[in-house]
Design a protein around this ligand. Structure first.
Ligand SMILES: Cc1ncc(COP(=O)(O)O)c(C=O)c1O
Length: 343
């Protein structure tokens, strides 16, 4: 069989030779002692790029999210989030396990919700209720198919959060793809939030790494929690060098990943046996189904695999994600495979 076209996730990318060279050349020290010059430079660089006071590097988006929750909350507190969000579905129950918090989930539209959705959920200070603490937004929303949270609603939620003494956190694992899609800077998109998590091992193509951002005070607290979770790393500059490389070289390629997703989505939309919501294709993630053919996600992905295309099935749906390691030719081949099976 010819080369597999792996569209399961944007996390499957492998570091390029140039990225590996940047890692090889990195100056390093012991970051637990604050001695790694590449980590120090990288953290300042990302804080500056995203317009926040401070930043801290960690091994994963799960860890940056969970450390963020732990800083914002005390056990028993309540967080308002969307029902499909990553912390609720894909982080092993960590908000309950690590921080003892309640997630009050909103059935939103394409991963987004409004002030009017949160308002009725807020608790009075009566001791029967969990204290209302944090508004949690994911942008883009992975499970909803890479959809973009409308920025005008983020600004309304910011005002509402401030008026009600709530914090606001962004899970911006793929904020880079959002910025590329709508021509706003990442700094503009993250400005309304008290804290932000961004990932480097997804669209940007790095092997490891996420960054938590916020005020100096917030990140100082986050340091202790990262330590408690065993997330302090030593010569981590070797990893941060890949992230610096990605910001300078891969970030500009993301419009291409988004365009590839659109190409695939439009080809899928032409096939009467497949269902896709074209309006929901806003970044690099596509969700579709073949329920008209009586095929669930597992059946579709099995068929696609036979034709050399890897996708992810979840329940009735199929997810395809475009990324730096697939080129236009791969996308055309994937489209040809989809047409062959479902056309
Ligand atoms: C929106 C979102 N947040 C957080 C994460 C967690 O990232 P990691 O796999 O690095 O823990 C993911 C992973 O896919 C994600 O899609």
């Amino acid at each position: 069989m010819s080369k597999l076209i792996d569209l399961r996730s944007d996390t499957v990318t492998r570091p390029s030779d140039a990225m590996r060279k940047a890692m090889f050349d990195a100056e390093v020290g012991d970051d637990v002692f604050g001695d790694d010059p590449t980590i120090n430079h990288f953290q300042e660089y990302v804080a500056d790029l995203l317009g926040k006071e401070a930043a801290m590097y960690m091994p994963s988006g799960t860890m940056t999210n969970q450390v963020g929750i732990a800083v914002h909350t005390t056990p028993g507190d309540e967080i308002y989030c969307e029902v499909g969000c990553h912390i609720r579905n894909f982080e092993g129950g960590a908000p309950a396990y690590l921080s003892g918090v309640m997630l009050n989930a909103i059935h939103g539209v394409r991963g987004a919700f409004t002030v009017e959705d949160v308002q009725p959920l807020l608790r009075s200070t009566d001791s029967h209720f969990p204290p209302s603490k944090l508004v949690w937004i994911e942008n883009s929303a992975n499970r909803a198919g890479g959809t973009i949270f409308p920025q005008n609603e983020v600004l309304r939620l910011r005002k509402f959060a401030t008026e009600n003494d709530l914090g606001m956190h962004l899970d911006g694992a793929r904020i880079w793809n959002v910025a590329a899609a709508i021509g706003k800077t990442e700094a503009e998109l993250v400005a309304p939030y008290d804290s932000v998590s961004v990932c480097f091992s997804k669209g940007l193509g790095c092997p490891v790494g996420s960054v938590l951002l916020g005020s100096k005070e917030f990140i100082a607290k986050a340091h202790r929690i990262r330590k408690r979770l065993g997330g302090g790393m030593r010569q981590a500059g070797i990893l941060a060098a890949a992230c610096l490389y990605a910001l300078d070289n891969n970030r500009q390629l993301l419009p291409e990943s988004n365009r590839h997703a659109r190409m695939l989505a439009e080809a899928i939309a032409e096939l009467p046996n497949l269902e896709i919501d074209l309006e929901a294709i806003q970044t690099n993630i596509i969700i579709f189904d073949a329920l008209k053919l009586g095929m669930d996600g597992a059946a579709v992905t099995a068929k696609l695999r036979e034709e050399g295309v890897l996708a992810t099935g979840f329940g009735p749906k199929v997810r395809i994600v475009t990324h730096l390691d697939v080129n236009e030719n791969d996308i055309q081949n994937a489209i040809a495979a989809i047409r062959k099976i479902f056309g």
